[in-house]
Design a protein around this ligand. Sequence first.
Ligand SMILES: Nc1ncnc2c1ncn2[C@@H]1O[C@H](COP(=O)(O)OP(=O)(O)OP(=O)(O)O)[C@@H](O)[C@H]1O
Ligand SMILES: O=P(O)(O)OC[C@H]1O[C@H](OP(=O)(O)OP(=O)(O)O)[C@H](O)[C@@H]1O
Ligand SMILES: [Mg+2]
Length: 283
Amino acid sequence: MIRLAIQKSGRLSEDSLNLIRECGISFINSSLKLKTEATNFPLEILFLRDDDIPGYVADGVADIGIVGENVLVEEGKQELAIQKLGFSKCRLSIAVPKSAEYRNIQDLQDKNLATSYPNLLQAYLTQQGVTANIHTISGSVEIAPSIGLADAICDIVSSGSTLISNGLREVESVFRSEAVLISNTELTAEKTRILNQLVFRIQSVRKAQKAKYILLNAPNEAIPTIKSLLPGMKAPSILPLAEEGWSSVHSVVNEDDFWEIIEKLREAGAQGILVVPIEKMIL
Ligand SMILES: Nc1ncnc2c1ncn2[C@@H]1O[C@H](COP(=O)(O)OP(=O)(O)OP(=O)(O)O)[C@@H](O)[C@H]1O
Ligand SMILES: O=P(O)(O)OC[C@H]1O[C@H](OP(=O)(O)OP(=O)(O)O)[C@H](O)[C@@H]1O
Ligand SMILES: [Mg+2]
């Protein structure tokens, strides 16, 4: 049995649980229970505060965990990371009151900055050659300038709406983060085997999330052009349609290239294009 630590309640929780479920792992989840066992995979799940997860995994209290890279690097435990997970994407940014004059990072020299990430912020300031006073607070950082606690803040930004609601303006991006799977570095052979199984499933789910299954109809003379636009996993499937001179083409496209490819397909003569999600993808 392998022990996975995930955030009990917060920005990582729902996507972490969904990922485990998409890997075909079932468990009973009650908000009051801080520990649960999967029913069809050798996995135990611990529900913890996210800040505690890197430490628990480093000490072996948990074998693996899911945490934001911002917390992992802040705690100096980046060597535990084994796989990016693509959710909880955010950035750690410096923001100043929107009316404050700000030209460049030198304007922060000797200023007071409030943050929950003193190490990441200090590393950034040092790299930029700026000395400032860092005040570490554990939450509601965006309030600090308006109550006279700091001249600027350094905190997590995603949509930017929290900054706007608090009269702040983003001026420097310090660190980019997403959720990451971490692992203790001294797992037993048996636990390593279970972890590899889990990572294989996670990678299949992640590949499928980016990929779309595409079906379309096209006149036969357009097939060579369409084939070159849709390489597929190996090659597209081309099946004759019930109508003379027409074929149906099935393939896989990457979400990132999706719109560009669709336009080119239409130009080439494709019609009745259907795009459907893929649940799992094993290459
Ligand atoms: N607005 C956001 N959008 C996307 N990801 C975010 C956002 N805010 C935070 N995150 C990511 O999710 C992680 C957890 O954020 P959350 O705000 O839930 O933490 P927390 O308040 O410290 O929770 P805990 O109670 O577990 O200590 C952050 O470390 C960051 O990686
Ligand atoms: O740019 P935005 O989309 O507004 O997101 C940024 C906010 O999200 C996080 O807080 P969260 O809402 O998770 O609450 P918390 O402070 O209680 O952790 C983070 O600490 C910011 O305050
Ligand atoms: Mg926390």
